[in-house]
Design a protein around this ligand. Structure first.
Ligand code: AMP
Ligand code: ZN
Length: 113
């Protein structure tokens, strides 16, 4: 989508710190990190969010989580991390292109705020 922030980042129109890319997904450092590791794993396909995803997106959403797990392993934060999707404005979703937050490198409390 032309005016979507993450589509624009994908096309290189907005600068980002890209740390991973494959055929289906890419990952960038979050601009406002909530922990020592805060990476966003983003599917290259524009999907507005989890509630807009369809059965056809099943594998892609799985891939995003597995990409996050791979980055967590590389960063040696496997003693505790979260993969999180914020769904809808009340849950804090601010960018309407589906993305998985990978947050770790610190103690994470439950329940989240
Ligand atoms: P959410 O609030 O779940 O939609 O997540 C959007 C995330 O994108 C937030 O954690 C923001 O800090 C992050 N973000 C916003 N703009 C940028 C940007 N230009 N580069 C990297 N991360 C960004
Ligand atoms: Zn998009």
């Amino acid at each position: 989508m032309s005016d979507c922030l993450f589509c624009r980042i994908m096309r290189g129109e907005v600068p980002s710190k890209k740390i991973y890319e494959d055929e289906h997904t890419f990952a960038i450092e979050d601009i406002n990190p909530q922990g020592p590791t805060h990476v966003l794993v983003i599917p290259k396909k524009h999907i507005a969010g989890l509630k807009e995803a369809t059965a056809e997106d099943t594998e892609l959403i799985g891939r995003c989580h597995l990409t996050a797990a791979r980055i967590a392993k590389e960063r040696s934060i496997e003693d505790g991390y979260r993969t999180v999707l914020n769904v809808g404005p009340r849950a804090g979703q601010s960018v309407f292109h589906l993305h998985v937050h990978l947050i770790g490198g610190r103690t994470l409390h439950w329940p989240p705020g």
